[in-house]
Design a binder for this molecule. Structure first.
Ligand SMILES: C[S@@+](CC[C@H](N)C(=O)[O-])C[C@H]1O[C@@H](n2cnc3c(N)ncnc32)[C@H](O)[C@@H]1O
Ligand code: SF4
Ligand code: SF4
Length: 332
């Protein structure tokens, strides 16, 4: 099976350890078992276990490896004008998600969640519905004291910071929208201050993760990155780079290929279109639109079932976008 990422530290066991009641621990464990069954292709689920919701398509950065920072990339067109999900639609999606059995929510796709003005209102709504897992991935630039307090008082179970660097030099791949380098020291300071505040306020949640996409320019920093963050955060994630320049960095052909994302997740873009995964190449694969159909129907559509069966049968090369995606995801 194709494994997209290699985690370090079991953030899910940590979650179970600190959940306050036996019922919550049991429910979280059931969710993880269900997730593992899906991710291991054991069973087609009746509903997505996990949902990504891209509230808008706005980011304060334009990283060189991300479609937002690649004007020559066809995928970049999507980000040229602002798109936002209607707030009523977001609440409707959350209500339906809870009702059909969704267990886990990620409040971002290709955007910066802390740049969205309604993020905390939406988090409150989701928290009241009591999902097992609620998280987002952030670049950490807007993690000031005010946002840190709001996060610590929200129902987020996890927060993930993408760094991809252990020095200002390698952080240069993460640029601000105005093309100026983002300030590495500022981001590290923000995250360390957030961790301090979490301790001071005696908060168990959200658990924290930092991530690092391994690339040619930063691979020499992997060990130091691990050493520095090991005792500060709950998990460290090393990610594989997906190359959107279609340079076929792995191999000429992909055979016996499968990807487990469509077995457990649906990803809702800010224009309402629904995708089978959170990766750029998946943006070409449309399963439905949330303004036109329900989550349940989209997940149980013939298209989605055929797509899942294609991956179960290790025939991902039959879909041109999956084929490119698998070819262009590095194995560094
Ligand atoms: C698209 S970002 C959105 C959240 C937020 N803006 C951030 O950067 O953390 C979500 C994750 O995708 C990762 N990512 C972006 N471009 C990628 C690529 N070409 N290959 C692999 N991961 C990528 C980022 O590092 C981040 O961890
Ligand atoms: S901060 Fe995240 S969404 Fe924004 S350009 Fe970078 S990787 Fe893409
Ligand atoms: S594009 Fe296909 S192979 Fe790539 S992550 Fe999405 S579903 Fe998986």
């Amino acid at each position: 099976m194709y494994k997209r990422t290699v985690p370090l530290g079991n953030i899910h066991q940590k979650t179970i350890d600190i959940l306050p009641t036996e019922n919550e621990k049991k429910s979280y464990l059931e969710y993880r078992n269900q997730f593992d069954d899906a991710a291991n292709f054991k069973k087609i689920q009746k509903y997505p276990i996990h949902l990504d919701i891209e509230l808008d398509n706005v980011c304060n950065y334009a990283c060189t490896f991300c479609p937002i920072g690649q004007p020559e990339n066809e995928l970049n067109n999507y980000y040229k004008d602002i798109k936002r999900l209607d707030s009523d639609k977001v609440y409707e999606i959350l209500d339906e998600a809870k009702q059909i059995g969704v267990k886990s929510l990620q409040f971002n796709l290709v955007n910066e969640p802390l740049a969205n003005k309604s993020i905390f209102k939406v988090l409150d709504y989701a928290t009241n519905l009591k999902f097992n897992d609620i998280f987002f991935i952030s670049n950490g630039y807007l993690l000031n004291e005010k946002n840190s307090e709001k996060i610590l008082n929200s129902g987020l179970t996890k927060i993930m910071f993408s760094l991809d660097a252990f020095s200002p030099e390698t952080y240069k791949e993460r640029k601000l929208k105005n093309k100026k380098p983002a300030n590495y020291e500022k981001v590290i300071k923000n995250i360390l201050a957030f961790l301090e505040l979490k301790k001071k306020l005696n908060k168990k949640f959200p658990l924290t993760r930092v991530s690092f996409i391994i690339m040619d320019n930063n691979k020499h920093e992997v060990d130091n990155f691990k050493k520095f963050w090991k005792n500060k955060v709950d998990a460290i994630h090393f990610q594989k780079l997906t190359d959107y320049s279609d340079s076929n960095i792995i191999a000429e052909s992909v055979t016996d290929s499968q990807c487990n994302m469509p077995m457990f997740r649906l990803s809702i873009k800010s224009d309402g279109n629904v995708k089978p995964c959170c990766v750029g190449y998946g943006e070409y694969i449309n399963i439905g639109n949330i303004y036109k159909d329900s989550l349940y129907n989209i997940w149980n559509s013939d298209f989605m079932r055929d797509f899942q069966n294609m991956h179960i049968g290790k025939k991902a090369e039959n879909n041109e976008h999956c084929k490119k995606c698998l070819k262009n995801s590095s194995n560094v």
